[in-house]
Unconditional design. Structure first.
Length: 222
C-alpha cells in the first residue's frame, strides 16, 4: 500500500479519479451542474447505478447550493442522515441541520393520528422552516406527506428524496418528483428502490461543499 493513499485528502482524490475513470469507461458523461452530487453519492455507495437513477429538476443542484449559502435550515428524516452531514461545512455557511424523529411530541402526534413519525416530522419541518431544505433517505411516507404539502402551497428550497426499500418506495419517489415539477420546487430524487440515509447525507454534503467552495478535500483542511 502506497503512503500517498493513507491521508484522507489523498484517499478522496484518488477515489474520485477512479470514479471518473469508470464513468468514462461506461460511456457516461455527467452534466456539469450535477456532476459533483452524483460522484459523491457513488463515492458513498460504490454504486454506479446512481449515475443513471439520480434525477434532478431544472437547476436543482444550483438552487440547493444557493439555499445553503443563504443559511437555510436542513431537516432530515433520520438521525443517521443528520449525523452524516458535515458540520464544518454547515458551520462555514452559518447553517443548521435538524431531525425531529426522536422528539416525544412527534411520536405522540403520529400515534394519535395513526400515521408515521416521518410524515409528522416533515409537517413540523415545513411549519418551522417553510423555505428550508428537506432530505429524506428512509421514509416513503415522508415523501408522500411532502407531496401533499406541496399541493397545499408549501415551497421548500429543495427536496432530496432518496429513501431505500420496497413498500411504496418507488411510487413515493415518482409522486414527489411529479409534484415538485408541477409546482416548481427543486428536487433531487433517486428513482427505483435504492437510496438510504447515507445517500441523503452524501447529496447534502456535495451541495454544502459546492456552496462553500470546498469540493477539493484539501480546502476542508484534510
Amino acid at each position: 500500500m502506497s503512503e500517498k493513499h493513507t491521508r484522507p485528502a489523498d484517499i478522496e482524490r484518488t477515489s474520485m479519479a477512479m470514479i471518473e475513470e469508470e464513468l468514462t469507461a461506461r460511456g457516461i458523461v455527467l452534466e456539469s451542474g450535477t456532476e459533483a452530487v452524483v460522484k459523491r453519492v457513488i463515492h458513498a455507495t460504490a454504486d454506479f447505478d446512481y449515475a443513471e437513477t439520480l434525477r434532478f429538476t431544472t437547476e436543482a443542484a444550483e438552487r440547493g447550493v444557493e439555499a445553503f449559502q443563504r443559511g437555510e435550515v436542513l431537516v432530515t428524516d433520520t438521525n443517521m442522515a443528520c449525523s452524516g452531514v458535515s458540520r464544518p461545512a454547515l458551520d462555514k455557511l452559518g447553517g443548521e441541520v435538524r431531525c425531529f424523529m426522536a422528539e416525544a411530541f412527534i411520536a405522540a402526534a403520529a400515534k394519535e393520528r395513526g400515521t408515521t413519525r416521518a410524515a409528522v416530522s416533515m409537517e413540523e419541518a415545513l411549519r418551522r422552516y417553510p423555505s428550508g431544505v428537506l432530505a429524506v433517505g428512509n421514509a416513503p411516507t415522508a415523501l408522500l406527506k411532502i407531496a401533499e404539502l406541496l399541493e397545499k402551497g408549501a415551497r421548500p428550497s429543495l427536496v432530496i428524496g432518496v429513501p431505500v426499500g420496497f413498500v411504496n418506495v418507488v411510487e413515493s419517489k415518482e409522486r414527489l418528483l411529479a409534484a415538485c415539477q408541477e409546482y416548481g420546487v427543486p428536487a433531487i430524487v433517486a428513482l427505483g428502490r435504492k437510496g438510504g440515509s447515507n445517500v441523503a447525507a452524501a447529496v447534502c454534503n456535495a451541495l454544502l461543499y459546492m456552496a462553500g467552495g470546498t469540493l477539493d478535500p484539501v480546502r476542508r483542511g484534510w
